[in-house]
Ligand binder design. Structure first.
Ligand code: GLN
Length: 283
């Protein structure tokens, strides 16, 4: 293989849908060769120098093993910003860009204290801070490895986010922990039985504990978040979460049972119940 664009197409043909192969090619050549749109048209058969050829051959071999392109290159884009990713950290999803967009639209944030639980790469808090520099943005995760990557991403994007370790299922916080105004989360929500429908690149390479919940308790993390919210949200504070489209009603009920009002579901671009928001009014 000469590692030209047309070679890569041939190598990956049949292993991925056609559009996905085209998107790999764009990502690889944009990152490695800074290709412009014109280059993609004119340089389909261009033979590359040996060093780049070897690099591309390696990338293609890893793609053949179904490794996510984001882990291979160590980087991805989220809400227009660059983020480092590596195994152990969930690759940011487009649905979550919709969550960020909704959060940015739905409330004033200047001076507000915002907490993202289960932040992974830090994509949510960093995008929010970038767009609302006057907000106080905090984020936590159970994984020290994820926190390390998230801190690196905050630096990469020149934003200030306070990251700290927390297990939301057993949240040990000092009494002095400040009350928050907005509680955001994209927790694990894929049930074990939905696992079968997921693609190889997710199952073989992405962190299980960022994705899956037991069949017998699909709302595990939402219950913990609701209890956390009822303890740490200011009067009128808001939750905004990404959810499993199969459990919209159940999430609504759960929030009401825990004393939240104005519970609202929101669909994603695919028309699925993907987000939920609610307010916590203290009596
Ligand atoms: N939407 C993600 C996926 O299907 C799941 C994210 C999550 O569990 N929070 O891969």
């Amino acid at each position: 293989m000469q590692a030209s664009i047309n070679d890569i197409r041939k190598e990956l043909n049949g292993l991925y849908p056609r559009e996905e192969i085209e998107s790999f090619i764009r990502i690889i050549f944009r990152q490695l060769k800074q290709f412009t749109l014109t280059d993609f048209v004119l340089k389909q058969d261009e033979v590359l120098p040996k060093k780049e050829k070897d690099q591309i051959k390696q990338i293609v071999a890893r793609l053949k093993n179904k490794e996510p392109i984001q882990y291979i290159l160590g980087e991805t884009e989220f809400y227009g910003l660059p983020f480092r990713v590596k195994p152990g950290v969930l690759i940011p999803r487009p649905e979550t860009e919709e969550l960020v967009h909704w959060v940015l639209k739905s409330r004033r944030m200047a001076g507000r204290r915002i907490l993202d639980v289960g932040t992974g790469s830090g994509c949510i808090p960093i995008s929010l801070k970038k767009h609302r520099p006057k907000a106080h943005v905090m984020a936590c995760d159970i994984s020290e490895g994820a926190l390390e990557v998230a801190r690196m991403n905050a630096g990469l994007n020149q934003t200030e986010v306070a990251f700290f370790h927390l297990n939301i299922l057993n949240p040990l916080l000092p009494d002095s922990f400040p009350k928050i105004d907005i509680l955001i989360s994209n927790p694990p929500y894929v049930t074990e039985s939905e696992k079968a429908a997921m693609s190889d690149n997710v199952l073989k390479y992405e962190p299980e504990r960022a994705l899956f919940v037991p069949d017998h308790d699909p709302l595990l993390f939402y219950r913990a978040l609701a209890i956390f919210g009822s303890k740490y949200l200011n009067h009128g504070g808001q939750v905004l979460w990404e959810i499993n489209e199969a459990f919209g009603k159940e999430c609504q009920e759960l929030l009401k049972e825990n004393g939240f009002s104005y519970v609202r579901l929101k669909k994603d671009l695919q028309g699925k119940d993907r987000m939920i928001s609610a307010r916590y009014l203290r009596s």
